[in-house]
Design a protein around this ligand. Structure first.
Ligand SMILES: *Cc1c(COP(=O)(O)O)cnc(C)c1O
Length: 423
């Protein structure tokens, strides 16, 4: 299996090269050349079992061939329950029971286990990431303990919440956190400059782990496929999916799983007030915008990075986009708690609202599965006042909070980043 660039100006490469590169050299995104035939009964099973069926054929002819089954077993070893809080309401697929409490754990754990097998002592990999949100924590946690593939996480001093800072700074070797005396844009600019510096890039094997990585995208098919098979077995119908969407990584994985023949019905993308995808859906024009801040801040994206894949792929079945305001997010969190005693994070709430917007006829045709992307504890500053009670951390996040932290302060200068990388 080879991967080609959406822009068609770079050579096709096997999976290990696509993983290592992140984006293709022509600036496009990698997509598989054709879809493999999945010759299985599509039996109900755990995420790891389903992943073992779906993923290996994408890695044939690559340096990772023969190792994917083991990576799936290691990476997907936590529960992924389907719950139904209200009898007539949608089912909810809880994607937040991994070690850092958000669905980013799936992609990060698969990617870093893959990186550690691709890299070696003479050819190391260092993921350089500027992030404040769920990705940074998942990346740090996933890289911890690796032999050859580490991570360096940059974040802006004084501009992220205490919990966010803790979950970036609490991981052991080969993970390091750098607190930059600058704002978030300056952190990202610094990372970009490091990638452009060929010496630096080569010496440390710099790469990124953002949501365009095919090594995050492919594994995310596994839980949608797992849940869809389970729902089909339980109800006799293919479920529709409602997916909280920002950079379109999670949703594109579901679209890919459906194209592979998994029993998935219509796919609804729930977005917040950032309207780029909604405008594209309603009038066919894609126009990137500056992002606006919302309560569902992991979805505050004005130029969804995986859109180029969606445009190149042309899904074979319906995809719909619903836009949800902060006001509606707040009402949904309150109502879900009052009516069903269920506590949703703001991202999950966008999908709960989107589910109510599906036309009555379409909604009645089949069961629906709403993706719950983060544990509400991670967004408790928003959620607690709405439900009028405290949220206690799940064991996974309590474990994170107990870990000691270390961080190095640097100015926003390339020389300082270089010194930190070398130390
Ligand atoms: C990253 C994230 C999203 C958005 O996922 P995309 O793959 O970027 O569309 C939604 N919810 C949470 C909690 C996230 O961390």
């Amino acid at each position: 299996m080879l991967f080609h660039s959406t822009r068609g100006e770079s050579p096709s490469v096997p999976a290990n090269k696509a993983l290592r590169a992140g984006a293709a050299p022509d600036g496009g995104l990698y997509l598989p050349e054709g879809l493999p035939q999945i010759r299985s009964g599509r039996a109900v099973g755990s995420v790891a079992e389903v992943a073992r069926e779906l993923l290996p054929s994408f890695f044939t002819g690559s340096a990772l061939e023969g190792q994917i089954e083991q990576i799936c077993d290691d990476a997907f070893n936590f529960p992924v329950p389907i719950v139904q809080p209200g009898e007539s309401g949608p089912h909810i697929l809880e994607l937040f029971h991994g070690p850092t409490g958000a669905f980013k754990d799936f992609g990060a754990r698969f990617l870093f286990r893959s990186f550690d097998r691709i890299a070696d002592a003479s050819d190391p990999i260092t993921v350089l990431a500027a992030t404040s949100g769920d990705t940074g924590g998942a990346v740090g946690c996933a890289a911890q303990g690796n032999a050859h593939a580490g991570a360096v996480i940059l974040f802006p001093k004084g501009r992220i919440s205490p919990f966010q800072e803790h979950q970036l700074c609490c991981w052991n070797k080969p993970v390091r956190a750098l607190r930059v005396d600058a704002d978030f844009d300056a952190c990202q600019a610094l990372v970009k400059r490091a990638f452009l510096d060929q010496d630096l890039s080569r010496t440390f094997g710099l790469t990124s782990a953002n949501s365009i990585s095919i090594g995050r995208l492919l594994p995310q098919m596994s839980y949608w496929a797992m849940a869809a098979r389970q729902m089909l077995a339980d109800t006799g119908e293919k479920p529709g999916l409602v997916i909280p969407t920002g950079n379109l990584g999670n949703a594109f994985a579901a679209i890919l799983a459906r194209a592979l023949g998994e029993p998935i019905g219509p796919i609804v993308l729930a977005t917040n007030a950032n309207r780029t995808l909604y405008d594209w859906f309603t009038d066919g024009q894609y126009k990137a915008r500056a992002s606006v801040a919302t309560l569902a801040n992991a979805m505050d994206v004005g130029a969804p990075s995986n859109f180029e894949r969606l445009a190149a792929f042309e899904p074979d079945a319906p995809v719909e986009v619903v836009r949800v305001t902060d006001n509606e997010i707040e009402m949904a969190i309150r109502e879900e708690h009052t009516l069903h005693g269920y506590v949703a994070c703001p991202h999950t709430a966008t999908a709960l609202v989107a589910h109510t917007r599906i036309s009555d006829r379409v909604r009645a045709e089949r069961p629906w599965l709403v993706g719950a992307t983060a544990h509400p504890y991670k967004f408790r500053e928003t959620v607690e006042p709405l439900i009028g009670q405290k949220i206690s951390p799940p064991q996974t996040l309590a474990n994170v909070l107990e870990r000691p932290t270390t961080v190095r302060d640097i100015p926003a200068e390339l020389s300082a980043l270089q010194a930190a990388l070398a130390s």
